[in-house]
Design a protein around this ligand. Structure first.
Ligand SMILES: Nc1ccn([C@@H]2O[C@H](COP(=O)(O)O)[C@@H](O)[C@H]2O)c(=O)n1
Ligand SMILES: C[C@@]1(CO)OP(=O)(O)OP(=O)(O)OC[C@H]1O
Length: 154
C-alpha cells in the first residue's frame, strides 16, 4: 500500500530550524506547537495513510500540552510502531522539501540517518530531495517551508 503526506509551516524568528531531526543553521526557524519539523510531519502522515490510519493530529493533538515542542522524530517512531502493531512492514519513504532557503541538501545524510533510525529503515530507504519554488507564491516569498512525502507499506 502507498500513503501520501503533506505539511507546511511558516517561518518564525527566534526558533531553531529543525528538519528531519537536524538543526539547520538559518535566520529563521519554523513556527509550530511541536518542533515544527515539517519534513517529519509529512513523512509521518504518509506512513499512517498507507494503512488508512488517522493523521498525526489524531495521535498528537494540535495544542495538546504534552506535544509542546515535541521532537517530531517521536512522531515518526509512533507511526512506525503502529505499522508494526497492525502486522505490516514499512518498505521505504520518499520526500521532497520545498524551500527557497536555506539549502538543505548538505544535510541530507544526517536527515536520512535520523528518520531511518526513527522508522526502523536503513538510510537508503529514506529518500530526501529538495526544490525551490522558483520564487513563486508564499514559499517563493520565503514565508515558510513545505514538504510532501510518500510511503510504501507491505
Ligand atoms: N531549499 C533547497 C532547494 C534546493 N536545493 C537543491 O538545489 C537544487 C536546485 O533547486 P531548484 O529549485 O533550483 O531546481 C535541488 O535539486 C536541490 O538539490 C536544496 O538543497 N535546498
Ligand atoms: C504534531 C503537532 C502537535 O501540535 O504539531 P504542530 O507543530 O502543531 O504541527 P502541524 O503540522 O500544524 O500539526 C500537527 C500537530 O498534531
Amino acid at each position: 500500500m502507498t500513503g501520501l503526506g503533506y505539511d507546511i509551516h511558516r517561518f518564525k524568528e527566534g526558533r531553531p530550524l529543525i528538519l528531519g531531526g537536524v538543526e539547520i543553521p538559518h535566520t529563521h526557524g519554523l513556527d509550530g506547537h511541536s518542533d515544527a519539523d515539517v519534513l517529519s510531519h509529512a513523512i509521518a502522515d504518509a506512513v499512517l495513510g498507507a494503512i488508512g490510519l488517522p493523521d498525526i493530529g489524531h495521535w498528537f493533538p494540535p495544542g495538546d500540552p504534552a506535544c509542546k515542542d515535541i521532537n517530531s522524530l517521536e512522531i515518526l517512531e509512533k507511526a512506525a510502531s503502529l505499522i508494526r502493531e497492525k502486522g505490516h512492514s514499512l518498505v521505504n519513504v520518499d520526500a521532497t522539501l520545498i524551500a527557497e532557503a536555506p539549502k538543505v541538501l548538505p544535510h541530507r545524510e544526517a536527515m536520512q540517518a535520523n528518520i531511518g533510525r526513527a522508522l526502523g529503515l536503513p538510510p537508503e530507504r529514506v529518500g530526501i530531495k529538495a526544490t525551490t519554488n522558483e520564487l513563486l507564491g508564499a514559499i517563493g516569498r520565503r514565508e515558510g517551508i513545505a514538504a510532501m512525502a510518500v510511503a510504501q507499506v507491505d
